[in-house]
Design a protein around this ligand. Structure first.
Ligand SMILES: *Cc1c(COP(=O)(O)O)cnc(C)c1O
Length: 229
């Protein structure tokens, strides 16, 4: 077995254990493998080990891999900030976007989504803890954005993405996860298409699953440490 396939086995075991502890079905949390900074060869190894959904932060870097691997049935998710000049690249190449934070971006994505592809699956990113370097719509503006995005013809509103600020304060951390879950529940109650709560990375997978995450975005624990760049 390669290292990546070993890591995937461990991550799946970790997810299953966290689900069990939270009293949730093991299949209720989907694994998104975040392959940013890693090459198509690493993605291919994960694919060979059974992984199908991959996340990328940078549109251009993602599209290079998507094109190299387009013969394989993979599902590609854009999870990084979407700049206006990258909406077309995203709309034409990805299946999902987790990081929509303003209506203008959503409108461009909808207008640019090619007719031969299914609607683009969209999560709205919420800035849950007012983190300094973080994107996302303010919690109080989420409902209005969701209502507007849900009306766009070539998008399907699927849910919420949250990236909590890492903090050693467990209580603050839990409150933050809990308020994110409340936002997700409220959105779900208003929109039948909403079923995705994208929360949890390598370091906070457990509290994320404890607090209702339905999709964890895991990079380091699968592919190893990234070179900072
Ligand atoms: C890089 C990244 C991840 C994965 O983080 P790891 O700590 O490597 O698991 C998840 N979500 C987003 C938005 C990211 O940018």
């Amino acid at each position: 077995m390669t290292m990546i396939s070993d890591n995937l086995v461990q991550v799946h075991a970790h997810i299953a254990a966290a689900c069990q502890q939270a009293g949730r079905e093991p299949g209720s949390v989907k694994l998104l493998a975040v392959s940013k900074t890693f090459g198509a060869d690493a993605v291919q190894q994960a694919f060979d080990a059974g992984q199908r959904a991959f996340g990328e932060n940078y549109a251009q870097e993602g599209v290079e891999k998507i094109l190299l691997l387009r013969h394989l049935p993979m599902e590609w998710h854009m999870i990084g900030p979407v700049q206006s000049n990258k909406t077309r690249l995203v709309a034409e190449n990805f299946a999902w976007v987790h990081s929509v934070e303003r209506l203008k971006t959503a409108q461009r994505l909808s207008a640019q989504r090619p007719a031969h592809l299914p609607p683009l699956q969209v999560c709205l990113q919420v800035n849950i803890d007012d983190g300094p370097n973080k994107s996302g719509v303010a919690p109080q503006d989420l409902a209005a954005l969701a209502a507007a995005v849900a009306k766009l013809p070539r998008l399907c509103l699927r849910g919420l993405m949250v990236i909590p600020e890492p903090t050693p304060d467990l209580i603050a951390n839990n409150l933050c996860f809990l308020s994110a879950y409340r936002l997700f529940s409220s959105m779900k109650s208003k929109h039948a298409s909403v079923d995705c709560f994208s929360l949890g990375m390598s370091a906070d997978l457990e509290p994320a699953i404890q607090n209702g995450s339905t999709m964890v975005r895991i990079g380091t624990a699968i592919f190893g440490n990234r070179d900072k760049h």
